[in-house]
Design a protein around this ligand. Structure first.
Ligand SMILES: [Zn+2]
Length: 464
C-alpha cells in the first residue's frame, strides 16, 4: 500500500493524502493551500495526478484547508462519492459556495491586473456551479456507523472534537498481507476547549496520520484564557472596540460561547457582539441547530443566551453597508469577523480602522500561518499594509491561545496514549516543518514509538 502526501505535510494547509492499495485508490481530504503568494500556484498544481481511477474520497472536516479543492477535483473529472458526516455536509454547502465566490473574484482581479499585452484571462480554480455540482457528490454518514466505500473496505467516522462534524477517519481494508487499519486523525480538538466533546480515543492502527499544528506548544489553561479575555475586554470597551479575527467555522462559535460564559457569570458587563461575516453567521446558526453535538455546558449556555438577550446583544451584519457602519463605532463593540488569519474578508476593514487606535484591542485567537497579516501582527509588526495603505499598529494585541480548536502538544500526546501499542507506522502531518519534526521526536522519546516520521509535501511511502 502506498501513501502519497500531496499536501498538509510539513505545512498546515492543503491537506490531502492519496492512498493506493492493490484494489482501490482514495483520497483523505482535498484541501486548499492558503496564505502567502505561493498558495495560488500550489492550488493550480495540486491535483496534478491521474484522477481517472480514483474510487472514493473521505473527508475529515469542513475547514477549507481540508475541503477547499473538492470542487476542483470534481471539475477536473472526479465524479465518485465524497463521504462526510451529515453536519460536515451542511457546513460544506456554505463554505464551498463561499469559496467558489472568492475564487471567481480572485480570478477576475488577476485577469484585470495582468500585463495588458497578455490579454488572456485567468480562470478561477472553480466557479459556483462547479461547487454546486461537487456538493451533489457528498454522501453522509453518522458518527460510529460503519460504511463500505468500496468492496473490501470498511470505514467509521469518530468525533474528532475539532469543529462541528469533524471526524477521525478510521479505515479497515484487506491487503495481500492481511487486514490493515488506517487511522487519519484529521484535526484534533482540545479536550478542555469546552465547545465540543473531547476527541474520541483510538486503540490501534497499522498506519496512523496525526496532526501537529500545535505539536511544539502548550495552550494556556482555561482559567488563564478566561483571565486574559477579561483583561483584554473589560479595560477596552469603555474607550475602544475589541476586534477578534476568527475563522467563521469553529473559532467564531468558541469565542462567542466563551464571551457568553463571562457575561452569564457577571464577570463582564452586558456585551454588544457583532458577528460580521455572512459565513460565520450561517455557521453559528448551524451550530445552534445542533446543540446535541456540543458539550453539555454549552447547551446550557445557549439556553441562557436565548433567554437573556439584554445580557448579550448579538447582531449579525449581513450587508456590506451594515459592516461599514461598524467603522463608525468608537467604543463598546466586540466585532468578530473573518478571515481568521486577517488576509481576506471584512476583518481587514475593521483592522484598518481600529489598529491605529491605542484604545482598541485586537484578540488573536487562532493559528496564524506564515505569510499572513495575522502572523505579522503576532510577530509584533509596528506597521502593516492593508489595502495599499501603511497602517500603524497602536492597538493592544492579545494572543489568546486557549480557545484553539486544536489540541496542543500534551493534548496530542495524551490522545496518542490511547493506543494500546505503537502503530506500525506513524506519520506526523499538518504542522509547519520544524513543529512536525519536533513533535515526531517527542512521540519517539515520550511514548517510545520507533517508526515515526514527519513527511514533506510530495513524499510517498510504501507500507506493508
Ligand atoms: Zn480544521
Amino acid at each position: 500500500m502506498k501513501l502519497s502526501f500531496l499536501g498538509g505535510a510539513g505545512e498546515v494547509t492543503g491537506s490531502c493524502t492519496l492512498v493506493e492499495t492493490g484494489d482501490a485508490r482514495f483520497l483523505v481530504d482535498c484541501g486548499m493551500f492558503q496564505g502567502g503568494h505561493e498558495a495560488w500556484e500550489k492550488n493550480q498544481r495540486a491535483l496534478d495526478f491521474d484522477l481517472r481511477h480514483l474510487d472514493f474520497v473521505l473527508l475529515t472536516h469542513a475547514h477549507i484547508d481540508h475541503s477547499g479543492l473538492l470542487p476542483r477535483l470534481s471539475a477536473l473529472g472526479y465524479k465518485g462519492p465524497i463521504h462526510v458526516t451529515a453536519t460536515t455536509a451542511e457546513l460544506l454547502e456554505v463554505m464551498l459556495l463561499d469559496s467558489a465566490h472568492l475564487q471567481e473574484k480572485e480570478a477576475e482581479w488577476r485577469s484585470r491586473h495582468r500585463d495588458a499585452r497578455r490579454r488572456h484571462t485567468v480562470d478561477p480554480l472553480y466557479n459556483v456551479n462547479q461547487a454546486r455540482a461537487c456538493l451533489e457528490q457528498l454522501r453522509t454518514v453518522a458518527y460510529e456507523t460503519e460504511f463500505s466505500p468500496h468492496p473490501g473496505f470498511s470505514c467509521v467516522f469518530h468525533d474528532a472534537g475539532h469543529i462541528l462534524g469533524s471526524a477521525i477517519v478510521d479505515v479497515r481494508l484487506r491487503t495481500a498481507a492481511g487486514m490493515r487499519r488506517l487511522v487519519f486523525s484529521g484535526d484534533l480538538g482540545q479536550a478542555a476547549n469546552g465547545l465540543l466533546p473531547a476527541p474520541r480515543r483510538i486503540d490501534s492502527a497499522d498506519v496512523l496520520l496525526v496532526e501537529s499544528t500545535y505539536g511544539n506548544r502548550l495552550h494556556k489553561t482555561s482559567e488563564n484564557t478566561r483571565a486574559e479575555l477579561i483583561a483584554a475586554i473589560s479595560g477596552t470597551l469603555a474607550n475602544g472596540n475589541v476586534i477578534i479575527p476568527a475563522f467563521a467555522v469553529g473559532r467564531t462559535q468558541s469565542v462567542l460561547y466563551a464571551l457568553a460564559d463571562l457575561a452569564r457569570s457577571g464577570t463582564l458587563p452586558p456585551l454588544r457582539i457583532f458577528i460580521d461575516s455572512p459565513m460565520a453567521e450561517k455557521a453559528t446558526l448551524i451550530t445552534r441547530r445542533h446543540l446535541e453535538l456540543l458539550a453539555p455546558d454549552v447547551r446550557d449556555l445557549d439556553r441562557w443566551m436565548r433567554s437573556n438577550p439584554a445580557e448579550l446583544q448579538l447582531r449579525y451584519t449581513h450587508e456590506v453597508e451594515e459592516s461599514m457602519a461598524l467603522n463608525q463605532i468608537r467604543a463598546g463593540a466586540i466585532i468578530i469577523s473573518a478571515s481568521g488569519m486577517c488576509d481576506a474578508g471584512r476583518i481587514k476593514h475593521h483592522l484598518r480602522w481600529n489598529l491605529p487606535r491605542s484604545a482598541c484591542a485586537v484578540l488573536i485567537t487562532g493559528f496564524q500561518a506564515e505569510g499572513t497579516l495575522g502572523r505579522r501582527l503576532v510577530d509584533g509588526a509596528r506597521n502593516v499594509r492593508i489595502f495599499n495603505d501603511d497602517i500603524p499598529v497602536r492597538a493592544q494585541l492579545h494572543t489568546i491561545g486557549g480557545l484553539s480548536a486544536h489540541a496542543d502538544r500534551d493534548g496530542l500526546l495524551d490522545w496518542l496514549r490511547g493506543f494500546a501499542r505503537a502503530p506500525g507506522h506513524t506519520f506526523v502531518v499538518h504542522g509547519e516543518h520544524d513543529t512536525a519534526v519536533d513533535f515526531a521526536e517527542d512521540v519517539k522519546r515520550k511514548l517510545g514509538w520507533t517508526r515515526v516520521e514527519a513527511p514533506e509535501r510530495g513524499d510517498a511511502r510504501t507500507v506493508a
